[in-house]
Design a protein around this ligand. Structure first.
Ligand code: F6R
Length: 260
C-alpha cells in the first residue's frame, strides 16, 4: 500500500488523472472501476478537461460503477446510474453501452448481482478502480462487518452512511436502506486500486484502513492485502496517521521510473 499525502484536492485529482491517462495511453480499451459520492468529482472534472483540451480518448473504455441504490425509480437523479453519467461518462466519449451499473431495480436481485460479476469478468477484469471511503471505513457500500471475500450482493446501509448521504437526497427519509455493491473480493480483483480521501471527517477511517488491523470492522483495511493499492490523501484526511512523515519521505524519494 502506498500512501501519498498532497496539499489538496486539485493535486490529488491531477495525480489520479495522470494514472488514468497513462493507463489509457497504454491500453485504450481499459476497464475503469468508478466510484460515485463527492470525493472523486475533481478527478472526473480533470479527466473531462483533458478529454476536451487534449483529446484524451475514452471511446474504447469500459466502465463499471461500484454500487447502486435499491428501489429508486429509473431516472432518479440520485441513482448512481444517473450520477455517474451526469458527473463523468456523459462528459467524455465513453459509449453509454459501455457503462455498467448494478441493477438496483432488478426483480431478481441475486441474479442481477451474479450477472454483474459475470460482466466484469467477461470484460477482462477492472484495470483501475477508483474508490472513496465512508466515515465508517466502507468502500463501495461494504459496510463494517462485510466479508473480506464478498462478491457483488445486496447490503443494508448503516444509519451513519444514510445520514452522510442525506445531503444528496434532501431528507434522511428519502435515502434508501438497501444497495447493491461490488464485494470486497470483487474490488481486490482490480489490478490497481486508487483510494482517495479528503477532509478531517475521513481521518479516523484513513488511520484504520492504512494502519489498523485487517478486519471487517473497517472494510477498507482489506486493501492492505492488495498488491497495488494507492491511497491519495489531503493533509486533513492524513492528520491521524502515525507514519505520515515516513509516507512523505518515501514519496519525495520515489524513483522517477516507478509511477503510481
Ligand atoms: C460510492 C461509494 C462510497 C463512497 C463513500 C464516500 O460509489 O462507493 O464508498 O465512496 O461513501 O463518499 P463521499 O465521497 O461522498 O464522501
Amino acid at each position: 500500500m502506498e500512501v501519498v499525502i498532497l496539499p489538496g484536492s486539485k493535486q490529488i485529482a491531477s495525480l489520479a488523472a495522470d494514472a488514468v491517462e497513462a493507463l489509457l495511453r497504454r491500453k485504450p480499451d481499459a476497464v475503469l472501476g468508478l466510484a460515485t459520492g463527492s470525493t472523486p468529482l475533481p478527478v472526473y472534472v480533470e479527466l473531462a478537461a483533458r478529454h476536451e483540451r487534449a483529446g484524451l480518448d475514452f471511446s474504447r473504455v469500459r466502465a463499471f460503477a461500484l454500487d447502486e441504490y435499491v428501489g429508486l425509480p429509473a431516472g432518479h437523479p440520485e441513482s448512481y446510474r444517473e450520477v455517474i453519467a451526469r458527473e463523468f461518462t456523459a462528459r467524455v466519449n465513453i459509449s453509454p453501452a459501455n457503462v455498467h451499473v448494478p441493477d438496483g431495480a432488478a426483480a431478481d436481485i441475486p441474479a442481477a448481482c451474479r450477472a454483474y460479476e459475470d460482466a466484469i469478468r467477461d470484460a477482462g477484469g477492472v484495470d483501475l478502480q477508483l474508490l472513496g471511503v465512508g466515515t465508517d471505513g466502507h468502500i463501495g457500500f461494504n459496510e463494517p462487518g462485510s466479508s473480506l471475500a464478498s462478491r457483488t450482493r445486496i447490503k443494508t446501509l448503516i444509519e451513519q452512511t444514510r445520514r452522510d448521504n442525506a445531503r444528496f437526497f434532501g431528507s434522511l427519509a428519502d435515502v434508501p436502506h438497501h444497495v447493491l455493491t461490488q464485494g470486497l473480493g470483487t474490488i481486490l480483483d482490480a489490478r490497481h486500486v486508487i483510494l482517495i480521501a479528503t477532509g478531517a471527517q475521513k481521518a479516523q477511517a484513513v488511520r484504520d484502513l492504512a494502519e489498523g488491523p485487517v478486519a471487517a470492522i473497517c472494510a477498507a483495511s482489506v486493501l492492505q492485502l492488495h498488491p497495488h493499492a494507492t491511497i491519495l490523501l489531503d493533509e486533513a484526511a492524513a492528520s491521524s496517521l502515525r507514519l505520515a512523515d515516513y509516507y512523505r519521505h518515501s514519496y519525495d524519494h520515489k524513483p522517477a521510473w516507478q509511477g503510481l
